[in-house]
Design a protein around this ligand. Sequence first.
Ligand SMILES: C[S@@+](CC[C@H](N)C(=O)[O-])C[C@H]1O[C@@H](n2cnc3c(N)ncnc32)[C@H](O)[C@@H]1O
Length: 271
Amino acid sequence: MSSAEISKSLRADTVIRKFIFHDLQAIDGYIDPPDALVFLAILEHQAASGLGGSVAEIGVYYGRSYFLFRRICGDEERIVAIDLFDVDEHTGGSEQYARFVENGRRLGLPVREDLVIKGDSTLLDPHALAAKAGPIRFFSIDGGHMLHHVASDSALAAETLADHGIIAFDDTFNPTWPEVTVGVGDFLREQRGEFAVFCITKYKTYVCRRAFHADYCAAIAASADLSAFEHVETEFLGSKATRLENPMRRRLVHQLLVRSGMGIFSERAYR
Ligand SMILES: C[S@@+](CC[C@H](N)C(=O)[O-])C[C@H]1O[C@@H](n2cnc3c(N)ncnc32)[C@H](O)[C@@H]1O
C-alpha cells in the first residue's frame, strides 16, 4: 500500500469509528460497540478478500444494526431488513416502522424500502428471500428469541447463505433467553459439522461454513479494530473459536465518558 492509500484508509477508519461510537448511539437498539467492531472486521475482511454478497437481518427494531450495515457497506449493497414491525402496538408508542425510516433520514442513510420484508421470519420462503437478496455474505439473526424462532431462522440462513457467508446469532449465553443458546447448539449439531463457530462475544456467536473457518479466525486475529480485546481460545461443539473479552475496566471508562456527555471521546477506550 502507498502512503497515500494508508492515510486514506486511516481516515475512513476514523470516520466509521466515530459513527459506531457516536452517531449510532442515538438509535434505540441492541448492538454495542464491541459487536459493531466485530461486524466491521468481518465485513471489511470479506470486501478485501472478494467475498461478495448481500446482508440480511432478522430483527431490525429501530435499525441500530441495519444502519451500521448501511454505513459500512455503502449505498450499492443490498441489505434486506426483516421484522414484524409491531413492537410499539403493545405499548401505544409511535409506530416502529415509521421510526425506523425516520432514523435513516436523520442519519443520511435512507432505508431502501423495496428491500424491507414486513412479517414473521418463520413464515418466510427461502426463495422469496433469495430473490430479494441473492447470495448472502452476512446474516444477522436477532428476531424471535424462542427455540422455534431460532430453529426456523437458522434454517433460513443456511439455505440462503453464500458458501463464504457468516451467521451472527444474537443473545447467545444470555440467561434471559436460554432457548437461543439451545437453538444454536441444535443448529450446529443438525448441520453435522458443516458449520463451525469462529468467534464469541458477550452477546453474540459467529458461525461460518467449516471450509472458511480458518479464514475467519485469521481475520478476527488480524483485525486492528479488535486488538483492544483480549483474544481467548475456546472450543464450542467441535470447533475452536476466539472469545473476545472486554474487561470491566474498559466498559466502565466507556460508560463514564458516555454518561458525562463526552461520548465523542468514548472511542478512545477501545483503542
Ligand atoms: C432485539 S430486537 C432487534 C434489535 C436490532 N437487531 C438492533 O440492532 O437494535 C428484536 C426484533 O425482532 C423482531 N421480531 C420478533 N419476532 C419476530 C419474528 N418472528 N419475525 C420477524 N421479526 C421478529 C421484533 O419486532 C424486534 O424488532
